[in-house]
Design a protein around this ligand. Structure first.
Ligand SMILES: *[C@@H]1O[C@H](CO)[C@@H](O)[C@H](O)[C@H]1NC(C)=O
Ligand SMILES: *[C@@H]1O[C@H](CO)[C@@H](O)[C@H](O)[C@H]1NC(C)=O
Ligand SMILES: *[C@@H]1O[C@H](CO)[C@@H](O)[C@H](O)[C@H]1NC(C)=O
Ligand SMILES: *[C@@H]1O[C@H](CO)[C@@H](O)[C@H](O)[C@H]1NC(C)=O
Ligand SMILES: *[C@@H]1O[C@H](CO)[C@@H](O)[C@H](O)[C@H]1NC(C)=O
Ligand SMILES: *[C@@H]1O[C@H](CO)[C@@H](O)[C@H](O)[C@H]1NC(C)=O
Ligand SMILES: [Cu+2]
Length: 240
C-alpha cells in the first residue's frame, strides 16, 4: 500500500522532470565530430520539445524517421529535418531543429540519411536513435541498422508518426540547409532506398568512388522544390 503510493509519486515525478527541454547532440561535439545522436534514447511525454542540435563540425546529417524493423529507410509519412551541413571549424551557434512528441505511447525511431561521407554511410554505423522505446530493445534496432543493405534517401515531411516539427532547422546563413521538409506530409515518392556503397553495410566504402567531391554517384535525387543552397559549395571536405 505504502509502496504503491510511493511508486505512484515517483512515477509522476519522473514524468514531470522529463517535460523540460530535451537536447540531442547530432554528429558529435565541436571539433570532435562523430556519427552519433547523443543521447540516442530519449523518454519524453506528449508535448515535449526535443531539440536536435547539430553540434558536430564538420558534419552533414539528417534526423529522419524510420522503423524498428527497417532502421535505415524512411517510414511513409515520417518526419525529416533535411540536410544540415556544418562546415569545418564552425564556431557559431549550433543549428537546431525542434521536434514535438505527439504520441508517447509509440516509439519514434530515427536515423541519419548521409551516405556520402569520408566515414561511409552513417546509419549502418549506427547513427540512429529513438524517443519512447517502450518495451522494445535498442540493441535489436542498432544491430538491424548495422546490417542495413540500403540507406533510404526519400524526403519526409514536417509532421511524422507520433511527432512533428513546425518548420525546417533554424541556422545562421553560413549553414547549408538542403532538402528539408516544407509541408506537413511527405511528398509522394517512388525512391525509397539506394545502395549504401558496394558492400551492404560496409561503412568504409560509402564515399570512396566519387573522388574528393561531395556529390558522388551514391546520392540520389535530393532535387526538389525544397532545395535551397544557402552557401556556395565551399564544402568539398565538410561532409563528415
Ligand atoms: C550534405 O549532404 C547532402 C547529401 O549528400 C548534399 O546534398 C549537400 O550538398 C551536403 N551539404 C554540404 C554543405 O556539403
Ligand atoms: C580548420 O582549422 C585547422 C586548424 O587551424 C586548419 O588546419 C584547417 O585548414 C581548417 N579547415 C578549414 C576548412 O577551415
Ligand atoms: C499522448 O497522446 C496520444 C495521442 O493523443 C494518446 O494516445 C496518449 O494516450 C497520450 N499519452 C498520455 C500519457 O496521455
Ligand atoms: C555488417 O555489420 C554487422 C555488425 O557490425 C557485421 O556483423 C556484419 O558482418 C556486417 N556485414 C557486412 C556485409 O559488412
Ligand atoms: C526550440 O525549442 C526550445 C525549447 O522549447 C526553444 O527554446 C527554442 O527557441 C526553439 N527553437 C526554435 C528554432 O524554435
Ligand atoms: C569494405 O570496403 C573496403 C574498402 O573498399 C574493402 O577493402 C573491403 O573488402 C570491404 N568489405 C566488405 C565486407 O565489403
Ligand atoms: Cu549523419
Amino acid at each position: 500500500m505504502l509502496f504503491a503510493s510511493v511508486f505512484a509519486a515517483l512515477a509522476a515525478s519522473v514524468v514531470v522532470s522529463a517535460q523540460g527541454p530535451v537536447i540531442v547532440k547530432v554528429g558529435g561535439d565541436g571539433t570532435t565530430p562523430a556519427l552519433t545522436f547523443n543521447p540516442n534514447q530519449i523518454t519524453a511525454p506528449n508535448g515535449t520539445v526535443v531539440t536536435f542540435q547539430f553540434t558536430g563540425s564538420p558534419g552533414n546529417h539528417t534526423v529522419t524517421q524510420s522503423t524498428l524493423t527497417d532502421p535505415c529507410n524512411p517510414v511513409a509519412g515520417g518526419f525529416d529535418s533535411g540536410w544540415v551541413g556544418v562546415p569545418a571549424n564552425y564556431t557559431g551557434p549550433a543549428p537546431e531543429w525542434n521536434l514535438t512528441v505527439k504520441d508517447d505511447s509509440k516509439p519514434i525511431w530515427f536515423y541519419c540519411k548521409q551516405l556520402n561521407s569520408p566515414k561511409g554511410a552513417h546509419c549502418p554505423a549506427q547513427m540512429v536513435g529513438v524517443i519512447n522505446i517502450g518495451n522494445k530493445n535498442f540493441n535489436d534496432f542498432a544491430a538491424s541498422a548495422s546490417a542495413a543493405k540500403s540507406v533510404g534517401q526519400a524526403e519526409g515531411g514536417l509532421g511524422g508518426a507520433a511527432a512533428a516539427a513546425t518548420g525546417p532547422p533554424s541556422a545562421p546563413s553560413s549553414i547549408s540547409l538542403v532538402g528539408f521538409a516544407t509541408s506537413a506530409t511527405a511528398p509522394p515518392s517512388s525512391q525509397s532506398s539506394t545502395p549504401a556503397g558496394s558492400g551492404g553495410n560496409n561503412s568504409t566504402s560509402g564515399g570512396g568512388s566519387g573522388g574528393s567531391g561531395n556529390k558522388g554517384g551514391a546520392v540520389v535525387n535530393v532535387a526538389s522544390s525544397a532545395i535551397v543552397f544557402v552557401a556556395a559549395l565551399v564544402g568539398m571536405a565538410i561532409v563528415l
